[in-house]
Ligand binder design. Structure first.
Ligand SMILES: Nc1ncnc2c1ncn2[C@@H]1O[C@H](COP(=O)(O)OP(=O)(O)OP(=O)(O)O)[C@@H](O)[C@H]1O
Ligand SMILES: [Mg+2]
Length: 274
């Protein structure tokens, strides 16, 4: 895809950002991403690659972690947003579902969902309608609506966190590691729901995932991060067929996940990657 094409339909753009923790630890070393409206974009990479940091940089959640964007910019609908706090960003239509779910354990599932509507001012009837909308995507949550969230399963809590995000009527959802700790069948189920929300509501997704296999099955476009840098990006269908991705991320090789930089053939193949 040409750069110009990317820019034209980009809803969210991350331009060459650098993030430093505790004033000294350089974690993102110039990351750029372009997230088109209505698409599912995957941010891939292993442990500690910088996926969560990228999402937090976008939604301005780094301060509490003593992290700071020291270079570059983030824009949404063509306007820079890095000065907006997370609540202001929700009003613009961007919401993050954090890694590890974070439901309010002592509230019921339905009460959790209703907390997602807190920024809205369009009245009870609309909120009730959206609650039903969430239940059509997550029938399981309807069954569990009166249960205390703390006693529901991991999969249900992931659904609850996603449903709560949907209650703010977001244009864009930043979804961090939705597969974490879930059995393979449930992971598929969660991604099927992402797909149907994307298709049914037109919601744009940027999702961070270690599970390359499932992410590339559902995403339209992917970026692979390694050690704070994007090492490859492309349409999901192309990444799935790429020999390096197969070898390093899709578990086709026997000796586990390696780094692109560890392998001599990487240099030879590098012309394919840019
Ligand atoms: N608050 C922090 N202070 C210092 N270093 C941090 C902090 N948070 C993350 N890091 C470091 O930044 C790097 C990137 O972390 P990040 O959580 O963004 O990776 P990730 O790709 O989301 O990994 P995972 O798949 O394990 O969630 C790691 O080396 C991590 O140790
Ligand atoms: Mg993470």
């Amino acid at each position: 895809m040409l750069d110009a094409e990317k820019t034209n339909n980009a809803l969210l753009e991350v331009n060459n950002i650098e993030v430093i923790y505790n004033h000294v630890i350089l974690v993102l070393k110039g990351v750029s991403l372009s997230v088109p409206k209505g698409g599912i974009t995957a941010l891939l990479g292993g442990n500690g690659a910088g996926k969560t940091t990228t999402l937090k940089a976008i939604s301005n959640l780094l301060h509490s972690e003593r992290g700071e964007v020291t270079k570059g910019s983030v824009s949404y609908q063509g306007q820079e947003v890095q000065e907006l706090n997370p609540a202001a960003l929700v009003k613009r239509g961007v919401i993050q579902v954090m890694e590890g779910r974070h439901c309010f354990e002592h509230l019921t599932v339905e009460e959790n969902l209703l907390t997602g509507a807190y920024t809205r001012r369009d009245g009870r009837a609309e909120i009730e309608r959206d609650l039903e909308m969430v239940y059509t995507y997550f029938p399981r949550l309807k069954e569990r609506r009166k249960s205390q969230a703390g006693y529901t399963s991991g999969g249900e809590q992931q659904m609850c966190a996603m449903g709560r995000a949907l209650m703010s009527r977001p244009e864009t959802i930043l979804l961090d590691e939705p597969s974490m700790g879930l059995a393979p069948q449930l992971v598929e189920q969660i991604f099927e729901i992402v797909k149907s929300v994307n298709e049914g509501e037109g919601t744009t997704f940027l999702l961070a995932e270690q599970n390359t296999n499932v992410a590339l099955k559902y995403a339209h476009y992917g970026y692979i991060l390694e050690n704070g840098r994007v090492v490859m990006d492309g349409p999901a269908a192309e990444l799935r067929e790429n020999p390096d991705v197969k070898e390093f991320y899709l578990g086709v090789s026997d000796d586990g996940r390696k780094s692109f930089r560890d392998v001599r053939s990487y240099r030879r193949r590098k012309r394919w990657l840019s």
